[in-house]
Design a protein around this ligand. Structure first.
Ligand SMILES: Nc1nc2c(ncn2[C@@H]2O[C@H](COP(=O)(O)OP(=O)(O)OP(=O)(O)O)[C@@H](O)[C@H]2O)c(=O)[nH]1
Ligand SMILES: [Mg+2]
Length: 290
């Protein structure tokens, strides 16, 4: 199964991002803390080229805290600057400016040495749909949306948002689509709500979810659905959950679609606690981090 996004969409998004990139010093790449690799756009490196980047693991409140710590360590070992944030509650956001300043210090030092006047850092947010771009912008903006179209070298007028004295943020984020040949990535995007259920088969997603939970979070699965032991057969797992949760058809047989929907809804609404679906140890050297 390969999910193809409309090539026209992809090309347009890429063009728009490329245009906006000319205006900024740094890119804030927003990913979902539960799936920091699966929610990253694989073409981003190629699109932003040498532009400095700060990776923001958003929705950290919904991710497994321990796994997020491992990811932050992983990024730091690979010389990538990353922060875990919760845009909804606003936590972790105050570190964004200092991290951006640190990344851009060489550039700003060079500008100073050339006698240029100090100015605020210009940044833009890039991320896949539903990852929290607007929420982050609104959080950072508070009431500081300022129109500053007359910047040197900027032909098109753009709305900028002042974040303190030291950062200016483009008010429109760059949207890039997730791209996946890998079916597992598709399931993870569906479970975290990044892509619509209708794109993938509901039962396939829930089977993936159950197998994942059984392997990585067996106790959460047991607690949520009252298993003393988790059965080996997937059908038995479905039957048990369907019966427990009353997902039945008129004659009392388990309704597998309803059961699948219930499992997915439970996962998305945090009923099984904070979960992470990209596990650093499973990646090792398999991928070079994007
Ligand atoms: N729990 C939690 N929810 C968040 C966080 N950030 C955003 N959300 C929620 O995620 C959903 C999507 O957020 P948006 O800000 O609309 O995402 P977006 O990237 O702008 O989405 P598009 O405009 O569709 O590309 C909303 O329901 C937000 O409330 C976060 O840090 N934690
Ligand atoms: Mg938005």
């Amino acid at each position: 199964m390969t999910i193809q996004w409309f090539p026209g969409h992809m090309a347009k998004a890429r063009r728009e991002v490329t245009e906006k990139l000319k205006l900024v010093d740094i890119v804030f790449e927003l990913v979902d803390a539960r799936i920091p690799v699966s929610s990253a756009n694989p073409m981003l490196e190629d699109i932003i080229q040498q532009k400095p980047r700060l990776i923001l693991l958003n929705k950290a409140d919904m991710a497994d805290r321990e796994i997020t710590k491992e990811w932050l360590k992983y990024y730091s070992e690979h010389d990538k600057k990353a922060l875990a944030i919760n845009s909804q509650a606003g936590s972790g956001l105050h570190e964004i400016v200092s991290a951006a300043k640190e990344i851009l210090k060489p550039k700003f030092d060079r500008m100073k040495a050339r006698g240029m006047k100090p100015r605020a850092i210009r940044a833009m947010i890039i991320g896949i749909p539903n990852v929290g771009k607007s929420t982050l912008i609104n959080r950072l903006a508070k009431k500081n949306i300022a129109k500053t179209g007359n910047m040197p070298g900027v032909t098109k007028s753009q709305q900028w948002i002042k974040v303190g004295k030291e950062l200016e943020l483009l008010d429109t984020p760059g949207i890039l689509w997730p791209k996946f040949e890998d079916q597992e990535v598709g399931f993870k995007l569906a479970l975290t709500g990044a892509i619509k259920d209708t794109i993938l088969n509901l039962q396939d997603i829930s089977v993936y979810a159950l197998r994942f939970l059984e392997k990585n979070y067996p106790n959460r699965l047991k607690d949520r659905y009252d298993f003393s032991e988790i059965p080996t057969e997937i059908l038995d797992i479905f039957n048990h959950i369907g019966e427990k949760r009353g997902c039945l058809m008129s004659k009392g047989e388990v309704d597998y679609d309803k059961t699948g929907e219930t499992i997915i809804r439970d996962i998305r609404s945090d009923k099984l606690g904070s979960l992470s679906f990209d596990i650093p140890s499973e990646y090792h050297e398999k991928i070079s981090l994007i």
